[in-house]
Design a protein around this ligand. Structure first.
Ligand code: FAD
Length: 379
């Protein structure tokens, strides 16, 4: 049973223990997650779901590896290549964290000029971090925003769909937890309109069982304590007609605004972007830069022959924007809703190893039907 239902006394005792470090505080928060002190309104603005409010459907391919993302260095002739790809359904979430891990692998005293291959969220975070550390990166990419997979993401800060549990190694677990913590801290510095990042309550909804916190065997157990004000809600304390609702706070990162802001920051710091496709890894040896960061997402499958890297296809349906909607939902089942400035985003689909990027009308119909049932039955 989840430890979320520990009584409030535990929290009071915990809060009075002033000698605890902040890290310890964060870790214990999970155990007392149901002890929500803040009053929660049982009412919220209803999402208006109907086919005539649809403004577009999109399909993106999550770059997924069962063993998780790759951050490691290798030699390619005289060049040092540092890989940073394969973030699955959480490339936005983890980008600053894996960027930090990747930059930490750069040889000491290496030349300041370097190349970043890829201009999605991972390449941009890596390039910006390099600039902050005094490097002069040039980005080389086949596509830049708005044409990257990163622009087709939902944008919730949540490190999910990143690995298969059976394939997790202790080293990956360490990298994952460190990347998540780094990125969680970093995104908080972007909160506000200019970067399109804001805090919102996230309701996880279910018909069959209460929210279960990740067990200690899961790498996500190290991330769960980061979420503030998290806990199960009893009926009447939330606006949804489902038996189980869990609420926590996280950040919504709007890809169109955020990626545009990163590109502006990159140019303002003197960065250059070159539109160029590399057909094979050997072509990278022709670059003038000796230090190369490979942030090619799903492209790394062909470029570096990583056949473990597969797509998880995801289709989204956007409705007319509703600025009054100020919460996100996940569930029941596979559906989710994020209230973005560019439209109410409805998901979801997770089609493993499917490469088709055309929206499927039957999937659109299902996403609309299931979300209509949820929001149509709100109190
Ligand atoms: C429907 C959907 C919902 C999602 N929701 C979320 C979410 O809520 N939160 C979250 O964190 N993540 C989410 N994701 C996942 C996220 O989109 C990805 O993890 C992320 O975009 C990966 O970023 P990237 O920079 O590695 O790849 P990309 O954005 O694909 O960028 C790769 C870059 O490399 C370049 N490139 C590739 N191959 C070559 C080559 N051979 N030569 C030159 N350039 C090359 C490309 O042109 C591009 O510039 C979602 C994804 C989908 C599809």
């Amino acid at each position: 049973m989840s430890s979320m239902i520990r009584p409030i006394a535990t929290r009071r005792a915990f809060l009075s223990a002033s000698s605890l470090s902040l890290a310890a505080c964060a870790q214990r928060r999970t155990r007392i997650a149901t002890a929500l002190a803040a009053p929660i309104s049982p009412r919220a603005a209803r999402v208006r779901v109907s086919p005539d409010r649809v403004i577009r459907s999109t399909v993106g391919l999550r770059p997924f590896r069962p063993a998780g993302f790759v951050v490691r260095a290798e030699k390619l002739d005289t060049k040092t290549v540092i890989h940073n790809y394969g973030h699955g359904g959480a490339g936005i979430t983890l980008s600053w964290g894996t960027a930090q891990l990747a930059v930490d692998l750069a040889p000491r005293g290496s030349v300041r000029e370097c190349a970043v291959i890829g201009c999605g969220v991972v390449g941009l975070a890596t390039a910006r971090l390099l600039q902050e550390l005094g490097y002069s990166p040039t980005i080389y990419a086949r596509e830049m925003p708005p044409l990257t997979t990163s622009n087709l993401a939902g944008g919730l800060w949540e490190p999910v769909s990143v690995f298969d549990h059976a394939r997790v190694t202790p080293e990956f677990r360490r990298q994952f937890a460190e990347a998540a913590r780094t990125a969680f801290r970093r995104y908080q510095s972007f909160a506000g309109e200019p970067y399109g990042v804001r805090w919102l309550p996230l309701y996880t909804l279910a018909r069959d069982r209460a929210y279960i916190t990740p067990p200690p065997t899961s790498p996500n157990s190290e991330v769960e304590p980061l979420y503030p004000e998290a806990g199960q809600l009893t009926a009447g304390r939330h606006p949804f007609d489902v038996p189980y609702a869990h609420r926590r706070h996280t950040m919504l990162i709007e890809p169109a605004i955020y990626l545009g802001a990163l590109i502006r920051d990159f140019y303002a710091a003197g960065g250059k972007i070159v539109i160029r496709e590399f057909a094979e890894a050997r072509e990278l040896t022709g670059l003038r830069e000796e230090l190369i960061f490979n942030c090619t997402g799903l492209g790394a499958r062909t470029l570096f022959g990583d056949s473990e890297l597969i797509p998880i296809r995801g289709q989204l349906v956007f409705l007319l924007p509703q600025p009054e909607v100020d919460y996100c939902t996940i569930g029941p089942g596979n559906i989710y809703m994020f209230p973005r400035r560019d439209g109410i985003l409805l998901g979801g689909s997770f089609d493993r190893d499917v490469w088709n990027t055309q929206p499927d009308p039957a999937t659109t119909e299902r996403i609309l039907r299931e979300n209509a049932a949820l929001f149509g039955s709100m109190r």
